[in-house]
Design a protein around this ligand. Sequence first.
Ligand code: ADP
Length: 392
Amino acid sequence: MTEVLYNNQPTIGIVGGGQLGCMFIQEAARYDIIINTLDAADAPAKNAARNHIIGSLQSTEAIYKLAEISDVLTFEIENINVAALMELEKAGKKIIPSPQVLQLIQDKSIQKNFYQKHQLPTANFVIVDDIQDIDSALDQLHVSDKFVIKTATGGYDGKGVFVLSRKSDYISAVSMLKGKLVIEEFIDNAIEIAVITACDQQGNIKCFPAVEMVFDPKLNLVDTLICPARVHESVLKNAEQLAVELTQHFNSPGLFAVEMFVSPDGNIYINETAPRPHNSGHHTIEGCYTSQYEQLLRVLMGWPLGSTEVIKPSSMINIIGPDNVIGNYYLKNHTQLLEAEGVYIHLYGKHETRPGRKLGHITILADTIDELIIKTEKVKRIYTVAAAFYEK
Ligand code: ADP
């Protein structure tokens, strides 16, 4: 094992330089580890990285450039050139997580088949190549009313996901969709939770406590996150066990965010996995002894995994661009937030807002879950994203 804090530490290259990469760099800086990134010229991580390569995440040339100046490669987004990573891995480059895992996750139909193959619970599904086959898929699934259609590739943050009713003209609603589709049973009245696991280079696995994700129904983005999730203790344990089991099947070091549905009768269904730091783990920066970013750093460096224990119950609010503001903005009343104890603001360096854009997040700590819920609602009422009439 490498010793911590000696010169000549491996450098890390991240494909992607968004807010996740940026928060990762902030943690890595504590250990004096050099991080390089690849992304667009104005990406949030551009100033935090030692070297920021400007280029497309799909460009083989740009990914190779990043590999040239980095000892270990990782990624903070799924929609990247996985073939280039596979070539590099074949040539002996260390890439964590393995590009094979990324490849299976990039396609929701392959991902669903993977869960089924390993007998991990997931909502029943049928894969079709043509919208004309949706009806027979619904018959096969015994759907009489609500169901879900997902594009197999290219979707993110709820884009490419359609919750529909068989009683409506659903064929017209999805007539523009191309390529493979996953037709899925709808898990009614589900609570959505996520468990983040980490697998180190020796195969040891640890997981963070399950968090509850409350979605904005209009934007399909996480509105509030609560840790630990407010579900029965036995459900928490089962969810954590399932996430660990799934991680074992991935057979790769890395950090994995496993999103799940919990039905009212306590059944758990794996929805999807992100092989990278995740929105559902932002609260770990202040709420847990080790953050999800530090945990990934430990995996990449070959260091032992850190404690995933909760310091205090925590919540996280995404700061999302409202419908009525486009362009420069500021956080109105943010001084009131600064005065509150256990309230932490994170802004992602996106100087312009658009409706639905993730601009930052706020983490809130409290001594009990009940106190946390009250405090979270209070914080939500304090600030707004308002138009700023100046250039930053
Ligand atoms: P994305 O990859 O774009 O985040 P998801 O598969 O997570 O897409 O779906 C987005 C949201 O749609 C979920 O968070 C959930 O609210 C809803 N959803 C997706 N699949 C189902 C399902 N089978 N049953 C109930 N709700 C679902």
